[in-house]
Ligand binder design. Structure first.
Ligand code: AMP
Length: 618
């Protein structure tokens, strides 16, 4: 078993172990570490390449294949080839429905606020499980290249990721067998790679411009006393180098007098042209003309034409930079440094536009695909206690959270968060007319609260009786610099409020903390699996509750056959719940949902027509 020692004051760990930095990207992922010469270095395992395409393919035996090999199946078996999973991480179907046409695989539409699931073959996967597959591949490559077990990592996320997306990334790491030391913002990592912010006396305001294959974001950061504060972010999660490729492709189609529909029908031709367009784009980063042929089709484009084609998209990114500055309450003059991240910033026209806007040369001498992972490796090295030049703030040694459905731990303040800190999340009731809510506060890293340390418990009383799901209960944790935790619960519709104060470190020795950490690592995989089963069960039980009440209440709108078939689906779900099988529960819940969805619409229509009756419509 790995020996872990943790310094309670700094959160630093023993020095010998390598902690890697991981950039878990939408299109590509990679891993970096600090080499014996004390320099950050990306890992290229046995010449397999540095970038691991963030693509997971499931073959007929449901084995996961990750990376370049998986990418090959994008055209031949798109239904089982999952890409862009980062867009789904920590999101509900409602969040992603607007863009669902870009996904060639099945995303389950359960019309709820719960997290999305993806179907491949006859199995269901959460984005957490899929991201874990990518992380496992990165871990394996790092272990192979470094010839040592890799159990700890720092993982980067976009600055605009919310709590739920960050927690999902953490869980993915856990499921992959990694102890996620910290989740770091991508622009923070990029700054560290350029050495900005390493000196605690330094004060700087920087802009990080990140244009990748499919997403664009700009972040304005203020660095002071070793703290990186995100002042503003802006961007477009559906804008990137892929748009540039498409612009070239459309241009060739037009120049060769072809029709887009005809080309689109020929999948192989379409993919070949798309890849050719990408090579043209890359070539135009260093030369003025690209001139090749695909069969009879002339693939010619010069730099000037390319720049005209992409000018509108590039302008959009500049508008986003303007907006970010406005949100931060700053002007371009306040920006000390501009950093370029993402493969698409290699296009000279993009670089020039950024330089023109900010009025200074952007920093671009680190490979823009690698800069985030390299910075993550530096952050990892700091956490490992290997760098005394960097100020390490006081951090909380164990996570703090509350108990949610099924006895799960919902972390509100994650381990290693710097103090003072505050965080909160919104909850609701699960039963109609529920007027009390029990709030139990726990400390620890395990997914089930019963394995963690209970700190306190209190009731939020007097929530006005409302249907399940309507009350909005904000739970806020405030951990002050002295380590005192204040937990506040407030029901927003009625203003009912309750507050307590706890000292989480009371009675905690170094040994206890160490044991709790070791336990969490030993049980990480089974913990996450249990969590997923509990989540599936809670979702299934909630659906049963709703469906049973629905057919009772609205029987007059349903035929007898419909009622009896719904009951069959209900029984199916009950059996699956009793068998405690995650995939079957999700499948049966999906079936019941699909079957009853038209009924809900029918009842709604009936309600509207009743309401309209007798009313005059002008
Ligand atoms: P990323 O998501 O950061 O890996 O960026 C990938 C995007 O960068 C893709 O759209 C690539 O086509 C693009 N890219 C990579 N190399 C170049 C290059 N030399 N010039 C222009 N774009 C590039």
């Amino acid at each position: 078993m790995a020996k872990i020692s943790i310094n309670l004051a700094t959160g630093s760990l023993q020095k010998e172990e390598i902690i890697v930095g991981i950039d878990l990207g939408t299109t590509n992922s990679l891993v970096a570490f600090i080499n014996p010469e004390k320099n950050p270095q990306v890992i290229n395992d046995a010449g397999k390449g540095i970038l691991v395409p963030s693509v997971v393919y499931f073959n007929q035996q449901s084995d996961a294949i990750v990376g370049n090999e998986a990418k090959e199946f994008l055209t031949t078996d798109p239904a089982n080839t999952i890409f862009s999973v980062k867009r789904l991480l920590g999101r509900s179907y409602k969040d992603v429905a607007e863009h669902k046409e870009i996904f060639s695989y099945k995303i389950i539409d359960d019309d709820t606020d719960s997290l999305v699931k993806i179907q491949a073959g006859n199995r269901f996967y959460t984005p957490i499980e899929l991201s874990a597959e990518i992380l496992k591949e990165l871990k394996a490559r790092a272990e192979h290249a470094l010839k040592t077990p890799v159990n700890r990592a720092v993982i980067t996320v976009p600055a605009y990721f919310n709590d739920s997306q960050r927690q999902a990334t953490r869980d993915a790491g856990k499921l992959a067998g990694l102890d996620v030391m910290r989740i770091v913002n991508e622009p923070t990592a990029a700054s560290l790679a350029y050495g900005i912010g390493l000196d605690p006396t330094q004060q700087k305001t920087i802009a990080v411009y990140d244009l990748g294959g499919g997403t664009f974001d700009v972040s304005i950061l203020q660095i002071q006393n070793g703290i990186f504060e995100v002042l503003a972010t802006n961007g477009n999660t559906y804008l990137g180098g892929d748009d540039f490729d498409r612009a070239i492709l459309n241009y060739w189609i037009e120049k060769n007098s072809l029709s887009f529909t005809m080309v689109a029908e020929d999948n192989i031709l379409m993919q070949t042209l798309r890849l050719k367009a990408e090579s043209a784009k890359k070539a135009l980063s260093t030369q003025n003309l690209f001139n090749e042929q695909v069969g009879e089709i002339w693939c010619t484009i010069d730099k000037q034409t390319f720049e005209q084609l992409i000018s509108e998209k590039v302008q959009e990114t500049i508008t986003a930079c303007k907006n970010a500055l406005v949100d931060a309450g700053l002007t371009v003059k306040d920006i000390d440094e501009v950093i370029l991240v993402g493969g698409s910033t290699r296009t000279p026209f993009v670089k020039q536009a950024v330089e023109n806007f900010f009025g200074k040369m952007p920093q671009d001498n680190i490979n823009p695909d690698e800069v985030v992972a390299l910075g993550a490796a530096i952050q990892a090295d700091v956490l490992a206690g290997n760098r005394s030049d960097i100020l390490l703030l006081d951090v909380t040694p164990l996570s703090l959270g509350i108990e949610t459905m099924g006895g799960l731990m919902d972390v509100i303040i994650a381990r290693n968060s710097k103090v003072p800190t505050k965080a909160g999340r919104q909850y609701t009731t699960s039963l109609d007319g529920q007027i009390n809510m029990k709030i139990s506060v726990y400390q620890g890293e395990r997914d089930l609260v019963k394995e963690n340390r209970k700190l306190a418990e209190f009731d939020l009383k007097g929530i006005p009786a409302m249907p399940a799901g309507l009350p909005k209960v904000d739970i806020n944790f405030l951990l002050n610099a002295d380590g005192i935790l204040t937990v506040q619960a407030i029901e927003l519709r009625s203003g009912v409020k309750q507050e307590i104060e706890i000292t989480p470190s009371y009675g905690l020795s170094d040994d206890t903390v160490e044991k709790m950490l070791i336990d969490s690592i030993t049980h990480a995989k089974s913990d996450v699996e249990q969590r997923m089963l509990i989540e599936a069960r809670s979702e299934g039980e909630q659906l049963l509750y709703t469906a049973e009440r629905f057919i009772e209440k609205h029987a007059e709108h349903l035929t007898e056959v419909e009622i009896s078939e719904t009951k069959v689906h209900i029984e199916g779900l009950k059996t699956a719940l009793a068998a405690q099988e995650k995939d079957t529960i999700l499948k049966k819940a999906d079936d019941l949902n699909e079957f009853t969805r038209p009924f809900a619409e029918r009842v709604m229509d009936a309600a509207i027509s009743t309401a309209m009756k007798g009313k005059k419509i002008d």
